[in-house]
Design a protein. Structure first.
Lengths: 132, 117
């Protein structure tokens, strides 16, 4: 009797450490871990607000601990990696055609960055207005 | 390969979440996670009373829930695919439920909190 040979894919668990391209790919993809954890923190913030003022205040105290600050800074770095890589992928994911002409990639990526900086500007202005 | 009926919905949530995260998450993390705990913002800005005032506007509730839910689904979907890439998970129900279960639970808690405040 002939036994069917199954193809066993050799898959090295550390394939992403083999070269720079793969490492950068993994750096980009693993940003989802940090974004996911942070969204869960936001949900806890929301739930603690719903629970009442004392719960919300203890959440804020927890946020101000040094370990959580370090975690926030690491998450910010990964969030920026996500933002930058997402904007550079945007022309491929959402090609923009205006009047039958395909927009060059740089226009879409540049547009994304301008909108993002605009948002940063609005938030900064809003905080400044409240401070004075 | 069997086509799953949930694929288009997941893909829409994934791409929306990615875009929302790209535009908002760095700002949210900087304001809520770094500037506010360091007391670099006006004290009343994120106080309980201030958020109570904001919560009277339904548009604010919809924006907050929209950001949280889309980013959560994006992150969980992408994290599951990354876990497949890293050979830490397999494409089977018991592994999927870990990630999509968190997304479903998070969505429910968010909607519940937003609706009863």
């Amino acid at each position: 009797m002939i036994k069917a040979k199954h193809y066993i894919r050799s898959h090295d668990k550390l394939w992403w450490l083999k070269d720079k391209q793969r490492f950068l790919y993994m750096l980009r993809e693993i940003s989802s871990l940090f974004l996911g954890l942070y969204t869960i923190m936001l949900i806890i913030r929301l739930a603690s607000f719903t629970a009442g003022e004392s719960y919300y205040d203890s959440y804020l105290d927890f946020m101000a601990t040094p370990s959580f600050m370090i975690y926030s800074i690491i998450t910010l770095i990964f969030a920026l990696i996500h933002t930058i890589t997402w904007f550079f992928l945007a022309p491929q994911a959402m090609p923009l055609v205006i009047a039958g002409k395909k927009m060059p990639n740089g226009v879409i990526t540049g547009g994304c960055f301008i909108v993002f900086l605009g948002l940063v500007g609005i938030i900064t202005w809003f905080i400044k207005e409240l401070t004075i | 390969m069997k086509r799953s009926g949930t694929k288009p919905i997941l893909w829409l949530l994934f791409s929306m979440g990615g875009t929302v995260a790209a535009f908002t998450m760095p700002i949210i993390i900087t304001v809520l996670g770094i500037l506010h705990p360091l007391d670099l913002l006006p004290t009343q800005l994120l106080s309980y009373q201030m958020i109570e005032v904001i919560s009277h506007y339904w548009i604010a509730r919809i924006i907050i829930a929209g950001i949280i839910i889309t980013v959560l689904w994006h992150a969980m979907h992408r994290l599951f695919l990354t876990m497949l890439d890293l050979c830490l998970c397999q494409d089977k129900f018991s592994h999927k439920i870990l990630f999509y279960g968190i997304a479903i639970a998070g969505t429910m808690v968010t909607l519940f909190s937003i609706l009863i405040v």
